[in-house]
Design a protein around this ligand. Structure first.
Ligand code: AMP
Length: 429
């Protein structure tokens, strides 16, 4: 099947072909016709499946062929709103809007927190057709009266599951409350939790359901290995693996922002060019780190799960779990960054005695045990006992224990902050 058969206009086809796309991805094949018909859509698709083009192409086409709306108070009204969980994803989506819409005269803008709000005021005063935003900053603008959403024809929730994970549900509901009742709604989510279903039921009218397979199930393409190692020797082992294996582009995951910073610094000291990316970094710093990593100037990118989510960095040769995630699904997301489309990919996890419960939880979700390999010179010391990773107290609104994520009682210290920040509003992007 080609893009021509999906009902896209010549302007869209031209932009698509200039991107070098010849065949629509499964989510594009399924979603584009429904969206062009004006239907609500619930799509299960994660980053890397081509989901951005799946909603952007038909959205642009509908806006460009529909009747142009009247100006409101001298301003071009906002006709489409895309909500995303993170600044990076917002920027990437807006970039896609520009790319695919380059032969149209529609305008777009992106707004997110962590940057000066003033340029956003003047941009909104001028008016745009398509606004891409993170929920927190969007509400700031609504509160200040700098934004009018009363003409929105299409609402898109991108990575809805992650928005809920990040505690944005109330913000999302507040935004929805100010939108016109009659509109098209598109919701994209990598997972279907009960929370997602509830949100979808309240939001979508008779939605078309689109479901695509995970980009690559780990069992298929990604070689996964576990390296048991003592907690204090992980950094040394990582440096050794990278240097001796001559790994060139390595995405390393840590559980906490602090851990990401510390590890990046230590790897730099080992002579490896490294950058860290997480929610406390300024937008400029994150953009720079990502660009450096993509163009090869930065050899190692250390990231937290939330920061990495939504980034268009995949097909990586090496993904390293410096620390295992406490939520098994995050492991699947992490290693999904590697080994795409037949490319060789390897995901390795450095696992110390503290993380055995996490590992069991992950193996349960994968429904198999992962191969373990002790690296000579890094044999774990059997006399070292497990230490608790998380505080015992669960944060409010936590979804409850999951396999492998059980906090151990009396815990203190390492990683606790990140655990509590996972489920409450944070990182207002
Ligand atoms: P996304 O899932 O939207 O993050 O897209 C992942 C990557 O796939 C992006 O780099 C897109 O440029 C690329 N992409 C999207 N659609 C296609 C397609 N039909 N053919 C090839 N690449 C695509």
């Amino acid at each position: 099947m080609s893009f021509e058969t999906l009902g896209l206009s010549a302007d869209m086809l031209r932009a698509v072909s200039e991107e070098g796309y010849t065949v629509p991805t499964p989510v594009q094949k399924q979603a584009i016709p429904y969206i062009l018909q004006g239907r609500d859509v619930l799509a299960g698709a994660q980053t890397g499946t081509g989901k951005t083009a799946a909603f952007t192409l038909p959205l642009l086409q509908r806006l460009s062929t529909g009747p142009a709306p009247e100006k409101v108070k001298g301003r071009k009204p906002i006709r489409a709103l895309v909500l995303t969980p993170t600044r990076e994803l917002a920027s990437q989506v807006e970039e896609s809007v520009r790319t695919y819409g380059k032969y149209l005269s529609l305008t777009s803008a992106v707004i997110f927190g962590g940057v000066n709000i003033n340029p956003q005021f003047s941009m909104l005063r001028r008016g745009v057709d398509i606004l891409v935003a993170t929920p927190g900053r969007l509400l700031d603008h609504l509160g200040q009266g700098s934004l009018d959403l009363s003409s929105v024809e299409t609402l898109i929730l991108d990575e809805a599951d992650r928005m809920l994970d990040m505690g944005f549900i109330r913000d999302i509901r507040r935004v929805i409350a100010v939108l016109p009742k009659k509109r098209q709604n598109l919701m994209f989510s990598a997972t279907y939790t009960d929370e997602i279903r509830t949100l979808a039921e309240g939001l979508l009218a008779n939605p078309a359901s689109v479901e695509v397979a995970r980009r690559n199930t780990p069992a298929e393409k990604v070689a996964q290995r576990i390296f048991p190692v003592d907690r204090d020797r992980k950094r040394e082992l990582l440096s050794t693996l990278i240097s001796e294996g001559d790994w060139r582009q390595v995405l390393v995951f840590t559980r906490t922002k602090h851990g990401a910073n510390r590890l990046a610094k230590q790897l730099e000291q080992d002579g490896l060019t490294t950058a860290a990316i997480h929610g406390n970094k300024s937008q400029a710093a994150r953009t720079k780190a990502l660009a450096g990593f993509k163009n090869g100037e930065v050899r190692i990118l250390v990231a937290t799960d939330i920061a990495a989510r939504g980034l268009d960095i995949d097909m990586l040769p090496h993904v390293v779990n410096f620390e295992l995630p406490n939520i098994p699904e995050d492991y699947v997301h992490r290693i999904g960054r590697t080994g795409r489309a037949g490319a060789e990919g390897e995901a390795v996890s450095l696992v110390c005695v503290d993380e055995n419960d996490f590992l069991r939880g992950i193996e349960r979700v994968l429904n198999r045990s992962l191969p373990k390999e002790v690296i000579p010179g890094f044999e774990p010391d059997p006399s070292i006992k497990a230490e608790p990773i998380f505080k015992a107290r669960q944060p409010r609104g936590h979804a409850g224990p999951r396999p492998g994520s059980k906090p151990r009682s009396g815990g203190h210290g390492r990683g606790g902050r990140n655990q509590s920040s996972r489920r409450k509003p944070q990182g207002r992007a």
